[in-house]
Design a protein around this ligand. Structure first.
Ligand SMILES: Nc1ncnc2c1ncn2[C@@H]1O[C@H](COP(=O)(O)OP(=O)(O)OP(=O)(O)O)[C@@H](O)[C@H]1O
Length: 573
């Protein structure tokens, strides 16, 4: 999109349009008035600080003239005036920082909340994987990029405003102070009005252009550094998450090799980065030192010619510094614009993927007074390959349906469709929803928190200890009795079979009208599996059960049987 833009102007306009797309929701939200108010105060304080610099600049003139004139009274008055100016300047600096941070925090809080809500709404977090597997790390977009977006936007825009106002104020001052420069060259007389302004402009331009040229590769190098360090971190996290498998394989040597390679990769980039920074510091420190003395040298002839007093010389020196600093920021910020654009691109891509996920059809089951009814249901893979064609099914309260068939034939996808999260389907489905529907997966989801919360999830945790402990005993987790309020990483502590038993206990606690189980007992031995199914049979006699499972022993606990035949075919028995 960017490459095809005919010139720079549409690209810049495009960038600002993208920026406004991200910024608009906050600046038109219910918090907008507070935000505009804060922004106005911050802008006011920034302008105030520029004005203070102008006052300091004229103070230099007064102060050094009192020195030159051996005027102790004037000196004392100048010191008192300095005290006042410094006090106001300190107050402005503190509140300029603080209120900008307040605005930044408010904006960031709103933006991160807005994006995470967009991500969670309509199950975007799930559907994103269906539409766009290339959207990397939504967590990083929501956590880091929102922060970078807000702080870079405020830092760049306020910094630019500050620098431009500083630049124009001090260029005017410098012009007034500097006076004309006369000289003769090759028999011609030259008269350059406001020559210090031209000197400052050329000095700042040369300095900034060289800085940008030498420092340009730094943006890319910094970006690459972050990417390589993230790769290394991800390598470490993978070992932590797969600790047991790695240990069982004794895979330390292999892991060390991978980690070593990743360390070498980010260190290699770091060397390039440091060398480039070193080159840049050679220049910036030379140019910065020269900037201290340079305006003095250029303005000195007029001082020695007694055209300006010492105060005038010092004021020119300080005005020169301000003009130089402001221009340096403006030119330097072109480099920051590149990283600002990168952040905007990432966030816009994320927003686009979310919109694409939102646009997927929503296929929700309807509510029925009783039972479960499926009429002409077609289920497909994302690429359109049929998994179920024209499925017809009717179950009454207390019915148990077992879905079986070859691996990859669409059994889990049928449950996803019934749960209302699979968009690639059409047809009619309706079931009783008064007590909700519960879905037990092969690998149960155990949230972080107390065992009580894990057991009752997603319902409100119950405070009936006796009931919950009895459930633990029923699913043969006696050793967990009495630990209801222990907080732990339960999905790491419990074996898969134990986690599946927790999930069964959850079903008995929630007592859903429809219970769907996708190989929910696959990690259990047949005896334990039978005990759990019998428990469901006894305690949830009116619930409709739809299970997916490979074991033939499961048939005993079901009175309907659905067989997948491939290519959308199915058979009900
Ligand atoms: N998110 C997805 N994106 C693309 N294809 C998918 C996705 N989820 C499932 N599929 C495909 O749909 C088909 C059916 O998958 P499903 O998980 O329903 O099979 P299954 O019958 O439950 O298999 P198993 O018995 O091995 O669990 C598979 O070919 C799978 O690759």
């Amino acid at each position: 999109m960017q490459a095809s833009a005919p010139a720079n102007v549409p690209t810049v306009r495009h960038l600002f349009r993208q920026f406004w797309r991200l910024a608009k929701p906050f600046w038109t939200s219910e918090e907008k008035w507070k935000a505009y108010g804060l922004l106005a105060v911050v802008v006011g304080l920034n302008l105030g600080s520029v004005y203070m610099n102008v006052l300091f600049n004229s103070w230099y003139n007064t102060f050094y003239n009192t020195l030159q004139n051996y005027d102790p009274g004037g000196f004392k008055a100048a010191i008192v005036k300095f005290g006042w100016l410094a006090l106001i300047w300190i107050i402005i600096s503190v509140y300029r920082f603080y209120l900008q941070q307040v605005l930044e925090i408010k904006w960031r809080r709103w933006f991160a909340g807005h994006l995470s809500q967009r991500w969670l709404a309509h199950q975007g977090y799930y559907r994103l994987q269906l539409t766009d597997r290339h959207t990397d790390n939504p967590d990083q977009r929501i956590a880091e990029d929102t922060q970078a977006f807000v702080s870079t936007t405020l830092g760049l825009s306020l910094g630019l405003m500050n620098s431009l106002v500083t630049f124009f104020s001090f260029v005017t001052i410098l012009w007034t102070l500097s006076g004309p420069l006369h000289f003769t060259l090759g028999g011609h007389e030259f008269n350059i009005p406001g020559y210090m302004v031209w000197v400052a402009l050329i000095y700042a331009l040369v300095g900034s252009v060289v800085t940008v040229l030498v420092g340009r590769p730094l943006v890319k190098l910094n970006f690459e550094q972050q990417r390589r360090e993230a790769d290394f971190r991800f390598g470490l996290v993978r070992v932590r998450e797969n600790a047991e498998s790695v240990a069982l394989y004794h895979g330390e040597v292999g892991e060390q090799r991978t980690l070593r390679a990743r360390i070498d990769a980010f260190i290699a980039n770091y060397w390039t980065l440091v060398r480039r920074q070193k080159r840049l510091i050679w220049f910036t420190s030379f140019w910065g030192q020269l900037a201290i003395i340079f305006p003095m040298i250029v303005a000195a002839p007029r001082y020695f010619a007694k055209e300006i007093p010492l105060g005038g010389l010092m004021q020119i020196n300080s005005a020169f510094g301000q003009v130089y600093g402001a221009l340096d920021f403006v030119i330097g910020s072109f480099a920051s614009l590149a990283s600002w654009k990168a952040i905007i691109d990432r966030l816009v891509t994320f927003e686009d993927s979310l919109s694409k996920a939102d646009a997927l059809p929503v296929v929700r089951p309807a509510e029925a007074a009783e039972g479960l009814r499926i009429d002409g249901l077609n289920v497909r893979k994302p690429d359109g390959t049929p998994l179920f064609s024209g499925l017809q099914l009717e179950l009454r309260a207390g019915d148990r349906l077992l879905v079986q068939g070859p691996s990859g034939s669409g059994k889990s996808t049928l449950l996803r469709t019934l749960a209302g999260i699979w968009p690639y389907s059409d047809g009619e489905m309706a079931y009783v929803m008064e007590r909700g529907v519960l879905f037990l997966a092969q690998k149960p989801y155990l949230p972080l928190g107390t065992l009580r919360e894990v057991l009752c999830y997603p319902a409100q945790p119950s405070s009936d200890d006796a009931d919950l402990n009895a459930l633990l005993v029923a699913v043969r987790l006696e050793h967990l009795v009495g630990r209801l309020d222990d907080v732990d990483n339960w999905s790491h502590i419990l074996s898969l079979g134990e986690q599946q038993r927790i999930a069964f206990a959850r079903a008995l606690f929630i007592r859903p009208a429809v219970l769907m189980m996708d190989e929910a007992s696959s990690a259990l031995d047949e005896a334990n599996e039978a005990i759990l199914y019998q428990l469901v049979e006894d305690r949830l006699p009116d619930s409709i059960i739809v299970s997916v499972g490979h074991r033939s022993t499961l048939r005993t606990f079901h009175n309907h049987h659905l067989e997948t035949l491939g290519d959308g075919g199915w058979q009900l028995a």
